[in-house]
Ligand binder design. Structure first.
Ligand code: NHW
Ligand code: EN5
Length: 388
């Protein structure tokens, strides 16, 4: 069934629940001298390119490829529209490798037709911190689909990751592959219900009118938590301590240091927002909440072309109840004109989803590890990792 994935060091269906198999790497690293030195072969009309995402022109090409060809929902009504600033941020974390930003061009006109990326990350799986690549933005132009290009892109990124002496990876997908470490549900909280209904993102409930629906999703005009403010550079040490301590409870989570926190959580306009609670008495940082900005193109609507969505990222509550923290995050997102606030059922998110009027979406997100086996699948609540 999976002609490509059957050949890869990933958890295979036949080994699921075989408790006698051990947990950890599936294959040992090979000596670097044995890693293939030349790129994999592409069909003769195409060539590899390393995409310099600091170049305005290359970043534009990647942006346009993804804008027209990246992920859609199952009814092809919406397509992710990652912004250029977002792509630059997502691909330049501390220690990034330029060579892991991989494109394919048509030789004839140099048009960018496919893309895949890796970024380095330290991910803790139970008690082991493992150096991994996070693989994302796999995209093949719509006109070149089903020609087995994706396996070539995946093998090439794998080769370039191996050249850096890294042997594991983490990735997510909306499709089922061998074999998820967990499957998460997307939840959505309407902020602009009228627009969401107009564009077909949500539906008017049974026995609901538009005005009752608008009233149902109304939020207070101002936040309720004293000391709630935007994160600043000076907060990095405190946020790192709080987040590291929080993430230690999950089976799989990133191992963030201060540099990572500065990169991934320090607010960047229209990319990532982080709010925190500074105790008005002690000035301690007690709670954090963050979300990233990922708009979607609305396909074929007369009145609206962009859906502005916030995605819950890392949240930590030690003093302020998580419910109250997230309610304030919804108010902030509403004030910033987001149409919808999305979240997965990871970490402790279940504790606020229903109460804050999130509803389950029609999409799921499957999480995977490459060359690392878990004895059993995790529950979403055991996962402390959010990929972009
Ligand atoms: S998930 C988003 C992926 N992108 C999209 O969905 C965009 C729209 N779709 C496309 O561009 C986030 C194409 O449909 C793609 C497939 C390119 C998806 N992951 O070329 P063929 C990520 O970026 C397998 C992995 O003919 P295509 C994460 C499929 O099962 N594999 O198909 C990326 C089949 O293999 P099988 C996927 O439609 C993680 C083969 O590809 C996949 O023209 C990557 C068919 O290839 C997916 N999302 O192109 C893995 N979708 O064995 C990283 C399909 O079943 C692994 N396939 O026959 C780690 C690497 C690093 C390791 C380091 C140690
Ligand atoms: C990894 N970096 O399907 C990304 N989104 O539910 C790759 N549905 O937005 C993997 N179909 O349910 C991405 N509205 C996998 C996800 C791909 C995109 C996707 C889903 C997630 C989604 C919306 C729109 C559906 C349109 C028709 C949805 C219902 C919202 C409603 C609001 C009110 C309360 C009940 C729910």
């Amino acid at each position: 069934k999976h002609k490509f994935w059957e050949t890869q060091p990933v958890g295979q269906y036949k080994d699921l629940r075989n408790l006698s198999l051990s947990e950890g790497p599936i294959e040992p690293p090979t000596p670097l001298s044995e890693v293939k030195q030349e790129p994999y072969n592409l069909p003769s009309q195409y060539e590899w390119t390393t995409c310099d995402m600091t170049s305005e022109e290359t970043c534009n090409e990647v942006y346009n490829l993804l804008k027209s060809n990246y992920v859609e929902d199952d009814e092809n009504m919406f397509r992710f529209n990652y912004s250029k600033e977002f792509l630059r941020w997502a691909l330049h974390p501390p220690g990034y490798y330029r060579t892991w930003h991989i494109g394919v061009r048509a030789k004839a006109n140099k048009k960018l037709v496919a893309f895949i990326t890796g970024i380095p990350a330290r991910i803790r799986v139970r008690n082991e911190v493992v150096k991994m690549a996070e693989v994302n933005f796999l995209c093949v132009h719509k006109k070149l689909r089903s020609k087995r290009l994706a396996p070539v892109l995946i093998k090439e990124v794998t080769r370039r990751v191996h050249l850096e002496n890294i042997w594991q990876a983490a990735y997510t997908a909306g499709v089922i592959l061998p074999t998820p470490i967990t499957t998460c549900q997307y939840w959505h909280r309407s902020l602009n219900p009228k627009k969401l209904i107009d564009v077909g993102f949500s539906r008017l409930g049974a026995r609901m009118t538009m005005s009752r629906t608008i009233k149902l999703y109304k939020l207070p005009d101002s936040i309720s938590t004293p000391g709630f403010r935007k994160m600043e550079l000076r907060d990095v040490p405190a946020v790192t301590r709080l987040l590291r301590n929080y993430l230690s409870q999950f089976a799989v989570a990133p191992d963030f240091d201060e540099n990572d926190v500065e990169h991934w959580l320090l607010p960047t306009e229209n990319v990532v927002d982080t709010l925190l609670v500074e105790s008005p008495e002690t000035h301690d940082i007690t709670d954090i909440c963050s979300f990233y900005t990922l708009p979607s193109t609305i396909l074929g609507n007369q009145n609206h072309s962009i859906l502005k969505a916030a995605y819950s990222y890392y949240n930590v509550s030690t003093k302020t109840p998580l419910l109250q923290l997230m309610n304030d995050a919804l108010i902030v997102a509403k004030q910033k004109d987001y149409d919808v606030f999305n979240a997965l059922d990871v970490m402790q998110n279940e504790s606020f989803l229903k109460e804050l009027k999130f509803g389950p979406g029609d999409g799921q997100l499957h999480y995977y590890l490459y060359n690392y086996r878990l004895r059993e699948a995790l529950k979403p609540a055991e996962l402390g990792l959010v990929l972009l």
